[in-house]
Design a protein around this ligand. Structure first.
Ligand code: MFK
Length: 154
């Protein structure tokens, strides 16, 4: 199960700092389905995304890309569960209700991140996801995220 168009590029009107195509100063992450209930994102940090040491990535950036990759996955899944193409018809939105992240190892600033999200639970009001963040073949963070459905005009 693969797709050529990123989830974020199928959703209109997204100004999110992490994932919104409409945010000129955002991170512009791109997420793709890989298998049923699984998505992947590759993100190249910029030089100014440092933690204190110049060689390592800031933990808030790590949390942001996990947040956006998982919530965009929940949004896309919301459309699919409704039998609709992603981005079609009335807007389906989710917001982050909970983000529980464990930092396991530093991620280098000069190495792409690989994010792999899996939907572990879904109900009409919320979607629960697990996400691994790896860099240079090493698991650097893992997270549990609860995405909660909100109105289309949220
Ligand atoms: C095209 C757009 C693309 C956008 C992508 C954006 C990616 C980035 C996402 C973000 O960063 S969003 C910004 C950060 N998040 C927020 O600002 C959310 C602030 N909180 C809220 O607005 C509300 O508290 C929230 C929408 C999360 C929940 O309020 P509700 O009153 O709608 O929830 P409700 O009490 O009806 O609960 C619905 C379900 O969610 C669960 N839930 C609600 N809040 C939760 C919470 N905080 N943690 C865990 N679970 C929560 C709740 O237990 C319940 O589960 P069940 O259906 O199983 O009973």
């Amino acid at each position: 199960m693969t797709q050529e168009t990123a989830i974020q590029d199928q959703i209109q009107g997204n100004h999110c700092f992490g994932c919104g195509p409409d945010n000129d100063q955002g991170l512009h992450i791109k997420s793709y389905w890989t298998e049923k209930d699984q998505t992947r994102c590759e993100f190249f940090p910029s030089a100014h995304h440092n933690a204190g040491p110049a060689q390592y990535l800031n933990g808030g950036i790590m949390a942001t890309v996990i947040d956006c990759h998982t919530v965009c996955t929940a949004i896309a899944d919301g459309y699919l569960q409704s039998g609709r193409a992603v981005g079609s018809g009335d807007r389906i939105w989710y917001a982050t209700g909970n983000l529980d992240i464990k930092y396991l190892a530093p991620a280098r600033i000069d190495t792409p991140l690989i994010l792999e999200a899996t939907i572990t639970e879904r109900s009409p009001r919320k979607t629960v996801l697990h996400c691994n963040l790896s860099s240079d073949g090493r698991l650097c963070a893992k997270a549990e995220v609860i995405a909660v459905r909100v109105p289309g005009d949220w």
